[in-house]
Design a protein around this ligand. Structure first.
Ligand code: IVH
Length: 402
């Protein structure tokens, strides 16, 4: 109720008391400890390497649709492909496209057996110990035995909320560790830790959005699958819409685009899936992407471009703000040529140099800012920026030693 449904039934204090009572009982009667006890989420020993796990059914990726024209084209291909081959109405399910890391959880007789990353889609890494530390991942599915499938492979996305990402980066900065560029990298870096206690210390979350193999339960539509996953106690996001008309999809896209800014986690679009499984089967798949689903992307808020120069902007109060002169790029439909670098400390902290390829971002309507350099793309001849002296406001630069 607390982690999955976001509606706690007891206070934190009551929960802590029950948890401590359980720990006391398990200490006294260790034979009662099961691998699925809530006390067993953390405490596994560090691994020396991840084992490989092959997915029973490949984990596909999604075709990206970048405009309403491309969306229309997707609809046309779906309708053409189904023409004369189905009696059922064509419906779509819309979901959020989470910007995280795809994983697969395998439950046997309702117990979490193992969990893996998507990897290359065919083979992933066994991250069971780490996945178990995520509180919104149930170790045991809900419901009586009759309702629980013999085997169910559940697919979803591990994400890090933006507030946790910021907390983590602040902590890393204090410790002199390199910063994560975005919540997705932070989630991936946190899940792919050999020591599960590190994963446990990062607040990761999961949203599930589909299945691989399911034995002992027949489902006919994706929408029913999502409701079934919810019933089993798995965390399904609340923004889901069953769309009976194409215009419903567009409406969902626009409503989510408006909400995007206020969501506590990052999404990069919506996912559109044909609802009926028999229709999905008729359309089939290409090598890596299905024909029955697609991602309708939002304009990116981050782009890469070259930092050509840094100029000093003197404000009315005499405060100097370093401004990035960029090789022009489009960001959310607007051409960007300048971005703020905030102040000299930020430039030094992020180690930004003239000539670097940098990540530029826009958060909402605020002025674009330079987030970080892309170190792997740093040329040998980039320049260090030096702040102007009060007397000489023209910039003086020295070649960097790197
Ligand atoms: S379904 C056949 N649903 O997008 C469908 N994927 O490019 C396969 N993703 O690797 C995936 N949110 O990491 C699906 N609601 C969602 C998703 C989602 C994010 C990611 C996932 C996948 C990638 C596909």
């Amino acid at each position: 109720k607390y982690y999955v449904l976001d509606s706690p039934a007891i206070s934190d204090a009551e929960y802590d008391n029950l948890f401590r009572e359980l720990q006391r009982i398990e200490e006294e009667y260790p034979e009662l400890i099961t691998p699925y006890s809530p006390t067993q989420r953390v405490g596994a020993k560090p691994l020396s390497a991840f084992k490989k796990l092959k997915h029973t059914v490949p984990m596909l990726s999604l075709e990206s649709l970048m405009s309403e024209n491309e969306l229309t084209d997707f609809f046309r291909r779906v309708y053409d492909g189904l023409k004369g081959k189905t009696d059922k109405p064509v419906e779509f399910v819309c979901e959020l496209k989470f910007d995280g890391l795809a994983v697969e959880l395998v439950y046997e007789k309702g117990k979490l057996l193992h969990a893996s990353t998507r990897g290359d889609g065919i083979t992933g890494e066994d991250v069971t110990q780490n996945i178990k530390t995520i509180p919104s991942v149930p170790l045991v599915l809900r419901g009586d035995d009759a309702a629980i499938p013999e085997l169910i492979e559940v697919r979803g996305e591990v994400i890090m909320r933006i507030d946790e990402f910021e907390r983590l980066n602040e902590e890393r900065e204090k410790n002199g560790d390199t910063l994560f560029a975005n919540p997705r990298n932070a989630a991936a870096g946190s899940l792919r830790q050999l020591d599960p206690s590190i994963t446990a210390s990062r607040k990761l979350e999961i949203y599930v959005y589909g299945t691989g193999v399911v034995k002992g339960k027949d489902m006919e539509t994706h929408f029913n699958t999502l409701n079934f996953l919810k019933q089993l106690g798995l965390r399904v996001n609340k923004y889901i819409r069953l769309c009976r008309k194409d215009s419903d999809v567009i409406e969902f896209y626009r409503s989510i685009e408006k909400k995007r800014q206020s969501l506590p986690y990052e999404i990069d679009g919506i996912v559109i899936k044909l609802n009926d499984y028999s229709q999905q089967k008729i359309l089939g798949e290409r090598a890596r992407t299905p024909r029955y689903a697609a991602a309708y992307k939002f304009p990116p808020r981050q782009v890469e471009t070259v930092l050509e120069d840094i100029i000093d902007q003197v404000g009315r109060t005499g405060v100097i703000t370093p401004v990035a002169v960029l090789n022009p790029v489009r960001l959310s439909g607007v051409k960007i040529q300048r971005a703020t670098l905030h102040n000299i400390n930020e430039i030094e902290r992020k180690d930004i140099r003239i000539g670097d390829t940098v990540i530029v971002q826009r958060a909402g309507d605020v002025i674009p800012e330079v987030v970080a350099p892309v170190r792997s793309k740093r040329p040998g001849d980039c320049l260090l920026y030096t702040s102007p002296s009060p007397r000489d406001l023209s910039t003086s630069r020295m070649p960097s030693s790197a």
